[in-house]
Design a protein around this ligand. Sequence first.
Ligand code: VG1
Ligand code: CO
Length: 544
Amino acid sequence: MNLQTIATKPFSDQKPGTSGLRKSVPDFQKENYLENFIQAIFDSLEDKAGKTLVLGGDGRYYNRTAIQVILKMAAANEIGKVLVGCGGILSTPAASCIIRESDALGGIILSASHNPGGPEGDFGVKFNTSNGGPAPEKVTKAIFERSKAIDEYKILEAADINLDRVGSFKLGTMAVEVIDSVESYGTLMRSLFDFTAIRNLLTSGKFRMCMDSLHAVTGPYARVIFEGQLGAPAGTVQNGEPLEDFGGGHPDPNLVYAHDLVEIMFGDHAPDFGAASDGDGDRNMILGQRFFVTPSDSLAVLTANAKLVPGYKDGLAGVARSMPTSAAVDRVADDLGIDCYETPTGWKFFGNLLDAGKATLCGEESFGTGSNHVREKDGLWAVLFWLNILAVRQESVEDIVRDHWKAYGRNFYSRHDYEEVASAGANQLMDSLRAKLGDLPGQKLGQYEVKYADDFSYTDPVDGSVSEQQGIRIGFTDGSRMVFRLSGTGTKGATLRVYLESYEPDSSKHDEDTQEALSSLITLAEEVAQIREFTGRDEPTVIT
Ligand code: VG1
Ligand code: CO
């Protein structure tokens, strides 16, 4: 075995976005592209010699190739041990769990999450730190700076490791442990939820569920947990085989992309409960029989019912939500007398709050929910949390959510995405909106009066770090609001996200269709931001 130092030239575009570095597979296949970024990660780590690293991915195309490269680079960079998921598979939350359990210095997770995969699809690299969470901005900035100056990388010349069975190997002096992808994560889930109650529910003959893994990473986890440990009938998990191109689909658990599941849950003889998760297993969609639970409502319902679940029965320290997420959970926190934090988009901003014990549950409107059990959002955890509540309350999903609205009022909420628009136009839209902000407060816009208008800036309450320009928000005196931001996970052009929310305390109006309830706000958002003018689009590509 031969340690090699290879000369390279920096790429200028390796700036991590909302969640790691995401590019198309052909971009990652450029000579030294992956190697440069991995070396930039290793170069920004202090004190890595002899330490443990966790490695795995969502099984998408290029996962296995990248894992072999990273293993050999880790060995050349003096890492002591790498724990790698069998078959190269680790969901994002499972990786977070293993990093924490094994006292690792961090982990590399190979995923572009909800972006499509395959030879022409997307690939991604995320780096998580020793707390198990996504690297905070100061770390991603250091990695980016290093990537712009890098001139060599180190790699061990060695044969590939067999990833297809659990076992121990050596690469030079570095140990490689190929580990079961599911075991640690499954044990953690059993420690949080009442598996006996859930098993009784799933085997009662009176309750049916359908879990759609969208041919992404949660298939093996869901089969072991739901069909194995919890006794749900075989076939409960559909699209459970991770495929390199996700079967040609878009592994994003929403009403548009999880269409197989939506057809089942809104069809005749629909099961009682439906769920889906994304490419890397950190997102979830929850459905009842012919009923969609918005992620913002889901977070609020979990918070309100947390005392029914063993892992959370002693109460919550606080909750946190990303700024564009609806304020439904704020009302529950208020009622419980606990703090509610508002952070920028992206799970990395929850890490400090969780580490400091300020928040127990966290959530994002983008189908992400999680808790202090790991430092990532966690799709199957959310599904189990719902199942635990259903097992205790013995009511339907719809009844539980309607009851919740009755108690707290309903936050009508929707996100409109304009995907793959030209970047120049999208940036102009944001700049022009920003220029208007100072004049907006106090103005009447149609039936609404502007209460505040700003570009969200966040000061981390734990370390005082400041993150600016995290989304433009315009709030109105009646409590409704609209938020505009550009996605930080796309790889083609720009994606404009428009978030719309209004609050309705009157339960006689809770049946209204969401898009209807928000219609005047939607029209106003289009006008204020001049969406047609700047993007050339008449309507959004995805509405969630
Ligand atoms: C999106 C979501 C954000 C989420 C991020 C990563 O980011 O809006 O809430 O944390 O994806 O999720 P953006 O910048 O495109 O809006 V995942 O499941 O891709 O790790
Ligand atoms: Co994801």
